[in-house]
Design a protein around this ligand. Sequence first.
Ligand code: AMP
Length: 217
Amino acid sequence: MKKRSPRLVFLAAPGAGKSTQARRVAESLRVPHIAMGDILREEVAAGTELGRRAAPHMDAGELVPDDIIVRMLAGRIGKGGFVLDGFPRDRAQAELLEERIDGVDGVIVLDVPEEEVVRRLSGRRECPQGHVYQLEDNPPAEPGRCDVDGEPLSQRDDDRPGVIKNRLRVYEEETRPLIEFYAARGVVEQVDGTGNADAVTERILDRLRAPGPPSIT
Ligand code: AMP
């Protein structure tokens, strides 16, 4: 009998490499990568009503209200597998997800020390198409220009120092407690998120291949 596609959640502080790793794991498992932050930024860029309501919360490094998040996610989580990146971010969202899909198969928690996430976020730059660089770890060939499309690089508004602090506080208060929530369901895989991105991806995939819950092979 064919096993169903995995349904995974990535949980980590901002700057821990969540989106990079979630994208790679989704590709490797051939399931959709659903990135809440990207969905929000697209809605803001398109100037939709929901995007206009979300923007001030994002700029302040706060969580966007659940009614907006739920409306943006509607129709994106189907019956098959997925890698969720940036959702759920608090207890209410985790409970909504449980109701909607009857449990996830694995929750990948990326562990990265706080001073390292601050360093990574402070040096993060991106082009308008969303290609992301890190000034120390992964700099563009020509300073300030995207290697892929030559577009100018800029800093995300919410990667500025005051907002970074707020995002980390929100993570500690609202999101980190979800590790316990999912640990009680036996689905948490804690992975060392430090070091080179390829090595982190291998660590995650190894963990998912290992026997016992929440293995998916
Ligand atoms: P990210 O790109 O995942 O760091 O998300 C950027 C910002 O989008 C966050 O700082 C929040 O303001 C908002 N955001 C992303 N995901 C959620 C969510 N699940 N619930 C509420 N706000 C969110």
